[in-house]
Design a protein around this ligand. Structure first.
Ligand code: DLL
Length: 432
């Protein structure tokens, strides 16, 4: 089912006209309300009337997380606080959180894009959706929640954690849709196995997984273990929350709700747009938001845009599964490495589990990368010789695919810490 056929299936020129009109309004709103952005535009020699259509978008200055931090907490809001009905915040690893505010209309827009996303994923009114994303300042829980209600599905607002309760309700209530981070879904799969619950006793059919990067191999693993179709959903709190884009049932890129968020891909070094179809940093401009509209917000996420026709009938541009974040990229002795590349290698081997941790150290002037990875229960043995052979195999495979040497440490099943939210894959001990 397509929720909003008019907007989701419109022709490119028509979409550009909608976007242009909304962009013009947004630029006016920001120019007149946010002194720091007005100054950026003035420094670039721009006035709002210079931005006539989406083709002028590239002229506008960027917005970054630093702008949000500098204006902490509410300095980037363009409406009086009396019109803000909710705030969310994302906690960075350092310093103050990034705060966002929503008007009543923003919440309605958000519910709409999440509802559309759920329809893309094949969720319908008869579904029982277990929302195991965290409820609270994180946008995952409440974002999915209102989208499900708007669709008319039944929500189980269980939030993250409390794994035994998750299993109990999943079985007793007949959960058909599971919404959580991909890493937590694997943890739940493990717990299901341990509890001796048979897959046939569960009714799971769709997973709405996002909030962290995950590979195609991870998708296969989750789909096998939970017996569902694993759908990728993307979003970030600065732009809205979950539902900025989502895969349809064809699972070939995430359709961006372009009538609300305009995507661009830039080269993170030169800041220039890349050639169509090339990978680069994803940048979003919100064109309907009231609380905190943002122009050319640099997400740091790396992906490419796909404009080809999609089998589902939607014309909304698709973004490819995120490769990672530019700030997640490790440079190990000159070689660029994304945790997702290591994950992909590990998941191609049947002996290792998809639970791993990368530790980067600097010894003298040399960077070293240590990989701790769990061995699958059935391959774990007390025999040193066998484990050593496996260790060598992994080391060799990573060396030949990524061109770097890694110090592999095999650990026992279930020893790497699990979280109910976003998984932590890297510990960087270099003080760079
Ligand atoms: O993670 C919103 C969300 C909640 C999305 C639930 C999907 C499901 P933040 O906490 O602000 O918001 O984190 C945003 O998470 O810039 C990406 O780096 C990463 N991210 C989100 N979804 C995906 C995804 C939420 N599907 C940051 N694939 C983003 C890869 C993702 N990375």
């Amino acid at each position: 089912m397509i929720w909003n056929e008019k907007m989701e299936c419109m022709g490119r020129e028509e979409m550009k006209a909608v976007q242009s009109e909304r962009l013009r309004e947004t630029v006016q709103r920001i120019y007149h309300n946010i002194p720091s952005y007005r100054k950026k535009m003035q420094d670039a020699g721009l006035v709002p009337s210079d931005i006539r259509s989406v083709d002028d978008l590239h002229k506008l200055p960027f917005t970054t997380k630093i702008d949000l931090r500098d204006n902490y907490p509410f300095g980037m809001f363009t409406v009086p606080m009396s019109e803000i009905v909710r705030v969310h915040a994302s906690s960075g690893t350092t310093g103050k959180p990034t705060v966002v505010g929503y008007t009543r209309k923003d919440l309605a827009t958000w519910a709409e894009v999440v509802t559309r996303s759920l329809c893309m994923a094949g969720v319908h009114r008869d579904d029982m959706v277990q929302v195991a994303y965290g409820y609270g300042l994180f946008t995952g829980g409440l974002g999915l929640h209102y989208g499900c209600e708007n669709l008319g599905a039944t929500v189980i607002p269980i939030s993250g954690g409390n794994t035994q309760k998750q299993l109990q309700l999943m079985e007793d209530f007949g959960t058909t849709v599971l919404a959580c981070t991909p890493s937590y879904s694997l943890f739940l799969a493990e717990a299901i196995e341990e509890a001796g619950i048979k897959k046939e006793n569960l009714k799971l059919r769709v997973g709405i997984f996002g909030a962290e990067p995950w590979t195609e191999n991870m998708r296969k693993e989750i789909e096998n273990k939970l017996g569902l179709k694993a759908i990728d959903i993307y979003g970030l709190s600065e732009i809205m929350g979950p539902g900025v884009s989502c895969e349809c049932e064809y699972q070939c890129g995430m359709h961006v709700h372009e009538d609300h968020f305009i995507p661009e891909i830039i080269d993170p070094e030169t800041l220039q747009p890349v050639a169509p179809g090339e990978i680069g940093e994803l940048v979003f401009t919100t064109i309907t938001k009231e609380g905190i509209p943002l122009l050319r917000y640099r997400t740091r996420d790396l992906t490419r845009l796909i404009y080809d026709k999609c089998e589902c009938g939607r014309t909304l541009v698709r973004m490819e599964k995120c490769k990672g974040r530019s700030d997640d990229m490790l440079i190990i002795r000159g070689v660029n490495v994304f945790p997702s590349q290591i994950e992909s290698v590990l998941l191609e081997m049947s002996e290792t589990a998809p639970h791993y941790l990368l530790i980067v150290e600097r010894e003298g002037n040399l960077d070293t990368l240590k990989l701790m990875v769990e061995v699958q229960e059935q391959f774990f043995s007390d025999e040193v010789k066998q484990l050593e052979a496996l260790r060598k195999k992994i080391t060799h495979k990573i060396q030949s695919t990524l061109g770097i040497s890694v110090d592999v440490k095999l650990v026992e099943p279930k020893t790497i810490e699990r979280t109910a939210g976003k998984a932590k894959r890297v510990i960087d001990n270099r003080k760079l």
